[in-house]
Design a protein around this ligand. Sequence first.
Ligand code: NAD
Length: 487
Amino acid sequence: MNQILRTEAAKGIFVNNRWQPSLSGRTIPMIAPADGQAFAAIAAGNAGDIELAVAAARAALETGSWGRLTATERGRLLLRLSRLVDDHAEELALLEARDTGKPMKQARADIVAVSRYFEYYGGAADKVHGDTIPFLDGFLVNTLYEPLGVTAHIIPWNYPGQMFGRTVAPALAMGNATVIKPAEEACLVPLRLAELAAEAGFPEGAVNVVPGLGEEAGAALANHRGIDFISFTGSPEVGTLVQIAAAKNHIGCTLELGGKSPQIIFGDADLTAAVQSVAAAVVQNAGQTCSAGSRVLVERRIWDRFMADLKLRFEQIRAGTPEMDLDLGPVISAGQRSRIGAMLQRAEEAGARILAQGQIATNSPAEGFYVRPTVYHEVNPASELAQREVFGPILAAMPFDSEEEAIRLANGTEYGLVAGVWSGDGSRAIRVARKVRAGQLFVNGYGAGGGIELPFGGMKKSGHGREKGFEALYEFGALKTLVVKHG
Ligand code: NAD
């Protein structure tokens, strides 16, 4: 497998449905998080490569066949790609697991979601309707959606395949031509998906992927004057740079910048189900999920019992290689592991105490980037651990005494992406959910397991714009108002 990846992955950039050498002539080694070993290399795309990709996308719209397809024809191409993803599901899952270190069951579920994105948006492509608007006597007014043009997609390493599906599928459904800059830490599945898109019959220039470093290829793409929209998922710091670049070129962007998502547990909840969900929500993908449930707020009257149950659950959790297929894998890189370690050291110095820890399987390679899943309690709500995204399998637990305090704590960070409310009192659960500032709220559950149909996105520092569901299609469409005076 190593040899195959080495020869397949360093082919360069994928533009106009074919591999081309990067103009940079440089490559970036791909390190497997499970064992810390380089197993492949990708091209280090540069500004010249981005230039080629944007030009290819523009040509696809203006002179190529892509811009002339009907919505139905576009939808059929997306559906064909969905089927090709299904046909290559195991190959893609192995690639994703190798690249990110995630357990095989998670990688397989991710590829199912990739296929589902193309299926969902393939079916939706010709169902985006405008309106007829009542206006003055003698006028007919219609709204219609057109492609924005060339859309830029800068995606992260935590779910390379899913993120490709989430952002690229709705953009293509709406008729845009895409340029994708996947993350340098993990991007083999996005590159393979571009090849499969060509095989599915997407015309030249509709899907272009330029791998490379963020500050080089990413910055060149975000600042390119030839793009019409940017879809970005990643850190708030880079999100700020992307938004500045978009502002300079007077184009729109969606930003998905993570969260510090809380689960609120009231004493009358189904505590057995809540414990399972709280543990799963922070351990999934080793906590490297924008919507990770990284805070748990527990009503004080059940605090001791809940924390005792959570401790038992956490102590069963085990990390290991993709092949071991345990609860979680390693984090993405040595850099992320030491960033997490430094944050936890500061948390402990600030008084946070470890309640429980999971295990790293003893036969996991010593050079892998494993982090023990950990629950901290007595976490000061104002501290860094309660406020900042760890992006690791680390849970901060805090008690509350009243509904008002629970809402205040839930809303007490700069983020607002997802929240969960657990209560046997339906009125209270809905009342609290409606007062929490987050883009997605779950009652007596948490997370949507892909949730392709469900609009998703942030409030506050978590970002803006909506992905998934029909909302994503509107983000990728330019609304025109057509006014006809017929007398
Ligand atoms: P990042 O924001 O640096 O990277 C995300 C994407 O942006 C990558 O494709 C990267 O190459 C690109 N990028 C980097 N610098 C750029 C620039 N100057 N211009 C344009 N594009 C650029 O994220 P990271 O360093 O990989 O992770 C840091 C932290 O960000 C994590 O610890 C986590 O807290 C957060 N994060 C969040 C998500 C999420 O899903 N919301 C995903 C990844 C990381």
